[in-house]
Design a protein around this ligand. Sequence first.
Ligand code: NAD
Length: 424
Amino acid sequence: MASTGKQTTDEPETAVETARRQLERAAAHLDIDRGIIDRLKHPDQVHRVSVPLKRDDGNTEIFTGYRAQHDSVRGPFKGGMRYHPGVTEEECIGLSMWMTWKCAVMNIPFGGAKGGIVVNPKELSAEEKERLTRRFAEELRDFIGPMRDIPAPDMGTDAQTMAWFMDAYSMQEGETTPGVVTGKPPVIGGSHGREESPGQSVAIIVREACDYYDYPLEETTVAIQGFGSVGANAALALHKWGANVVAVSDVNGAIYDPDGLDIDDIPTHEEEPEAVTTYDAPEHLSNDELLELDVDVLVPAAIGNVITEANARDVDADIVVEGANGPTTTTGDEILENRGIPVVPDILANAGGVTVSYFEWLQDINRRQWSLERVNEELETEMLKAWNDVRDEVETRGVTWRDAAYIVGLSRIAEAHQARGLWP
Ligand code: NAD
């Protein structure tokens, strides 16, 4: 599908449209061979497989699975595997392109991939989910591997899913191959700190953005939408570092205390799903009201497309740091840009997840587990490097943080293509 260019309505773009538009925006600042840009608009390969599952009642049902592999010029493909009824080939392609930029902005030697199965995981028993995962691993076996393509958990999949996937692959290959997936339980080669890492990186980027814009962290107010893996871990880290996290939310609504919430006390999504609003706070708000709070920093960390044409004029935060993937629509982004509100993009802020996945892969290949302290130290180092690279582009080119991040990523990918040339 071709890019529609600048959107005139706030119809959310498809992931492919967004990825192609961002590619063109970044390319306009760089002197890159047109052939390389055109190659990057298309995935290297998209695998579509049928995955038969014997249901618990004895019937056989066929599910469709995908694996989109966008670009591997800098290293093996890397990206999540989701189980969701809304999975489409096009969405997998778009998300695989985002993964290419995300890995490049972090300077991780991976390219982008994304995949999944069109299935509602809530309608599967644990045994069915295991059988489906094992068969999916077998259907994809020729296309994946520690040096080819390394899946990870995403919506509807978790560490247990990765453990089944890794076991199925290893059994068929005849050798234990932990490096075929990341996000595994630590007992079979998973990394300490992997679960907390996207939220941790969001917190690091909020801290750096506050420093850059002269907001002392102890005097900074932060509102965070979503109190799941990303939102809660970001909130916990920021609270620990002295920031005033004044509002958090889950799907049921938000809680607000202008003097700062006691984040350690609020049940996270993992501890007690969707229990934020049961916490005794001075004020209860809707998710929409949270997005419009007068705070220093707003972190949308729940779902996509929440800052839109409809509410971007009412966002009252001074800085936005994207914790979720794609929380700001194109029009929402333009409105914030025109209002002078900086938006630090997802491909930088939540990239701690793929960064610690890379650490996990290194640990698996070297057969040596790192301590949590080492993981956190190296994550901090990598996040600061990426932050500094993006900040340099913001300062030298006078572009937005989003454009700067894409410029950093695209330069690296294009240079690699230039150096390797075109085969044959
Ligand atoms: P999660 O399921 O752990 O938590 C999601 C949170 O958002 C929950 O508190 C849930 O109640 C809330 N929520 C759900 N629907 C909502 C709605 N309509 N309005 C307000 N809140 C709502 O998910 P997560 O892993 O924290 O992921 C959050 C976002 O971050 C997603 O966009 C995801 O793609 C992105 N992300 C996740 C990771 C990761 O490794 N977990 C890495 C990078 C990016």
